[in-house]
Ligand binder design. Structure first.
Ligand SMILES: [Zn+2]
Length: 427
């Protein structure tokens, strides 16, 4: 069984897009372009003027031209922010000559205007070898001061309907987002976990530490997090936590995702299953000449993996995998780690971070590139990397609570069990 442990199917109604892009550090003009595209998809006047701009037959370049024709200020801002002033004739450079980066954001923004059904179909067809995607939800509204068009409880209900569709059933079991600023955060988690969701997503860079929070809300946040960890440990529910010092960070709180902050949590909850997503930064794992961050995080995670048997990582959003040299350097690093502690080879999970990774080039080849690099280096470990490790992380083991919950979920709803579940006894 092959699993992409880190993917997303959210659309423009699920996220406060402006706040999200601002905190991700996307250039202002590019963020505005994304918003224009999303807005134009729901603006009937604009649609009429462009003959259904969101239709598949309209190319990204045509859509871009239509938007910039009515927003000359945005055209100038994009030129100013994204084209190096040394490019000759930059002021009149044809759209087609603009950096590929602009087109990647156009195509991502167009995807965000689609329904969840269409986005899920794109994910499944992009990585057709993958058997199971656990899409991760986000709940950032309270932190960026802007709520998404669809409330998070409604998003949870919508996800429930999405994964029940016949073409999706058995291929997706989502991670529900937990926001410690919510009164009812744990209630939302409990409801989701009993309705086909498979885990919980945390995002400390929004502004909270995994535990040990200060400030007026600190004790409340800690108590809510502690209750969540106790629930997840008792019910055998895995947690994915964003773990790089950048991301959708608010007020430079990326540092709150520091792996060291997880140690006191794991000491209290030794069997908690935790994926420190992105391995603390795959670039930091590579080190020089690719990265020169002082005090890199991957060694801290490796120490946690040595001390706690349920700490995992995923390799999502490592777009450098498309680069032959970076891919080789990455495999060398992993080989050294595995040699120092063979248990680590059973904790590193494949993940893409699609569709966020559409901001980077060569997205469609992400899976292929990883297989091409990992397979020859670790022929006997490839199956673990692509699925076996994630099966253990997700608790897809005969007799485990996750398997019992999924059997109940499929039986209660009269859904046909997927082969991977039918083969796992609930007892
Ligand atoms: Zn992600």
């Amino acid at each position: 069984m092959q699993i992409d442990v880190h993917a997303h199917v959210f659309n423009a109604d699920d996220l406060p897009i402006r706040g999200f892009l601002r905190h991700r550090g996307v250039p202002e003009a590019l963020a505005e372009l994304v918003e224009e595209i999303i807005q134009s998809s729901t603006d009937p006047g604009f649609r009429a003027g462009l003959a259904a701009p969101m239709a598949a037959t309209v190319s990204d370049a045509e859509l871009l031209e239509a938007i910039l024709a009515r927003r000359p200020d945005l055209r100038a801002a994009l030129r100013g922010q994204l084209l190096p002033p040394t490019v000759p004739g930059v002021q009149t450079l044809a759209l087609i000559e603009w950096p590929a980066l602009v087109y990647r954001f156009v195509s991502w923004a167009r995807l965000l205007t689609k329904s969840h059904v269409e986005i899920a179909a794109r994910l499944m067809s992009t990585y057709s070898k993958i058997d199971l995607f656990p899409p991760l939800m986000m709940d950032i509204g309270d932190w960026v001061g802007e709520q998404p068009p669809t409330s998070v409880p409604d998003q949870i209900a919508g996800m429930g309907q999405l994964i029940a569709r016949p073409e999706i059933a058995g291929r997706m079991h989502p991670f529900v987002a937990f926001d410690p600023l919510r009164n009812d955060g744990l209630a939302l988690v409990r409801g989701a976990i009993s309705s086909g969701f498979i885990g919980v997503k945390l995002y400390p860079p929004l502004g909270y530490r995994p535990i040990g929070n200060a400030g007026p809300n600190g004790a409340t946040i800690d108590q809510r997090l502690e209750d969540l960890y106790a629930f997840c440990e008792a019910e055998d529910v895995p947690i994915v936590a964003h773990c790089t010092r950048h991301g959708a960070e608010v007020d430079h709180h990326g540092i709150f995702a520091d792996p060291d902050h997880w140690r006191p949590v794991l000491e209290r909850h030794r069997s908690l299953r935790l994926d420190l997503a992105h391995f603390g930064s795959m670039e930091e794992l590579l080190g020089p000449p690719y990265d020169d961050t002082p005090d890199p995080w991957p060694p801290k995670i490796v120490a946690l993996m040595g001390d706690f048997s349920n700490v995992y990582v995923d390799v999502s959003y490592f777009d450098e995998i498309a680069d032959r040299d970076a891919a080789a350097a990455c495999m060398q690093k992993l080989a050294t780690l595995y040699a120092s502690n063979p248990a680590i080879a059973r904790r590193v999970m494949y993940g893409s971070d699609w569709h966020m990774i559409m901001w980077a080039p060569a997205v469609d080849d992400y899976y292929r590139n990883f297989v091409a690099a990992y397979g020859p280096q670790f022929p006997s470990g490839l199956a673990d990397f692509l699925g076996g490790n994630a099966e253990r992380f997700l608790g897809l083991i005969a007799g485990a609570k996750a398997v019992q919950r999924l059997h109940v979920y499929y039986e209660r709803n009269n859904f046909t069990k997927p082969a991977w579940l039918a083969g796992l006894s609930p007892a």
